[in-house]
Design a binder for this molecule. Structure first.
Ligand code: AMP
Length: 465
């Protein structure tokens, strides 16, 4: 998208209506009911989504799972800006790709710089690697990040204009074990969430291998030009590799007999790829070879992979894409530095878990099993201090300070799957005591307020045994 000129709306002609002095003006009730234009709430932009409170826990679960596995494999958390110079992506992802040619949210900043909302994070991290001299750090530099990406594509189920990715990158070392480690992290992240995915593997060789292969491929595709879809005909000169992963039936029939890139790999690339596969075998990660897998972006070399799962309609859905990009850092002006990484699309992860709605989801909100109810204004004031004292001791309790009736609070406690409710009323406040009610048996115990922390800890310990 390029910067658009502000188009001025044509001025509407306003008809002057004059009312005869002594004529009664009928009230137009219909138009009165309408909300004036200026009062209408702004709409959510097409292809964008809000994460609502009722789904917050799902996103938190994704974030915590990502954090847990990235930490365990020794990746450091990083964050790069959402806004970057547009040239970063043009240079790295490359002209002729859909992302650069059609999908970037690009505009001029106030100072005239051409900027864009990042369509992906790998190029941004490679820029950060160069800018901060990370070449001088112990290699590989392993980083993970998590956040929104922007592509102005046609929105549909599982495809948004703003979506979130969890990504890991490993820069500085070219070794098949690095590729296998990244695939393992992506595969096990999904597994931790209960998703069995299939890994598809391919190697697109070095840039030289690919150039030789493209000549052969284009020769073959030209001979079948009449059978290709219109889009593929256009791609023949712009980005012929993409024809390989076309979903058009005619294209797919042509591709079936196309020369396969694996036959054009140099000995080095072939050996490298075999070793990556051996590591996957050793880690019992199931994979299949897919020579049509080329990935859309220019910067990939050698290993490319995608992780798939079946969506609710039984169709294959790509959850993760990744690969090796040994030329990327050089392409954006740094020292030659090998790299490898992956990105997982989190909206697709939620879709595949059938988890966009909390109902029927396999991920449940993590809510405290102890609830704190209060009765009366003074008890409410004391509650605020008590729940903070408990929090400092590591005890988290559910509560609803906005509710005053005990009934309403106990109803909420039931929603929390509470095992015990702490009740503080006027009488307890004066006595310095507090009630602990076992929600299943209904038995209530009155204890000294000072012993509340220990008593609740005992309950939690018994439950966790
Ligand atoms: P890519 O950066 O294109 O390799 O995509 C990596 C992953 O991000 C894909 O496998 C999808 O899960 C996800 N993804 C890519 N584009 C979109 C989009 N427009 N909407 C939602 N998810 C996306």
């Amino acid at each position: 998208m390029t910067a658009r000129k502000k188009t001025e709306e044509p001025k509407k002609k306003v008809k002057k209506v004059t009312t005869p002095k002594n004529k009664e003006v009928k009230k137009d009730t219909k138009s009165k009911e309408k909300t004036p234009k200026s009062k209408k709430p702004p709409k959510l932009l097409r292809g964008m989504k809000d994460i609502q409170p009722k789904h917050g826990y799902l996103w938190q679960k994704l974030y915590k799972t990502a954090e847990g596995i990235a930490d365990a494999y020794g990746f450091d958390f990083v964050e790069t800006p959402i806004l970057e110079e547009a040239s970063l992506f043009v240079r790295s992802i490359g002209k002729g790709t859909d992302v650069v040619d059609k999908e970037m949210y690009m505009f001029e900043d106030r100072d005239g710089t051409k900027v864009c909302l990042r369509p992906e994070g790998t190029a941004s991290f490679a820029r950060a690697y160069v800018n901060h001299g990370m070449l001088n750090m112990p290699q590989p530099v392993k980083a993970w990040y998590y956040g929104p990406m922007f592509r102005h594509d046609r929105p549909q189920a599982g495809r948004y204009r703003q979506f979130h990715q969890f990504s890991c990158e490993s820069l500085g070392v070219r070794d098949p074990v690095i590729d296998a480690e990244l695939i393992s992290v992506a595969y096990n992240f999904l597994k931790d969430l209960g998703i069995e995915s299939q890994v598809r593997m391919n190697s697109i060789g070095s840039l030289e291998d690919r150039q030789r292969y493209i000549i052969e491929l284009v020769g073959y595709l030209r001979s079948k030009r009449s059978q290709l879809s219109e889009v593929s005909k256009m791609r023949l000169s712009k980005n012929p590799l993409r024809i390989l992963d076309s979903k058009d039936e005619g294209d797919m029939a042509v591709v079936e007999d196309a020369p396969q890139i694996l036959d054009w790999l140099s000995e080095d690339s072939k050996k490298y790829f075999m070793e990556v596969l051996e590591y996957l075998d050793d880690s019992s990660i199931p994979y299949s070879l897919d020579f049509t897998l080329v990935r859309g972006l220019d910067y990939y070399t050698d290993t490319v992979f995608e992780l798939y799962t079946e969506n609710a309609e039984g169709q294959q859905s790509a959850l993760c894409g990744g690969g090796r990009y040994d030329k990327l850092v050089e392409q954006i002006g740094g020292q030659p530095t090998p790299g490898c990484g992956f990105s997982i699309g989190l909206e697709r992860v939620l879709l595949s878990l059938n988890n966009t709605e909390a109902e029927g989801s396999s991920i449940k909100p993590e809510k405290p099993t102890i609830f704190f109810a209060q009765l009366g204004e003074q008890a409410r004031r004391r509650t605020l201090t008590l729940i903070e004292d408990l929090r400092k001791k590591g005890i988290i309790v559910g509560h609803s300070l906005g509710k005053t009736s005990l009934k309403a609070q106990l109803e909420m406690a039931n929603e929390y799957l509470t095992t015990h409710t702490v009740i503080l009323g006027q009488k307890e406040l004066q006595d310095g005591t507090i009630i602990i009610r076992d929600m299943e048996s209904g038995i209530q115990e009155i204890i000294d307020q000072k012993k509340l922390g220990n008593a609740l800890q005992k309950i939690i310990d018994t439950k966790n045994k």
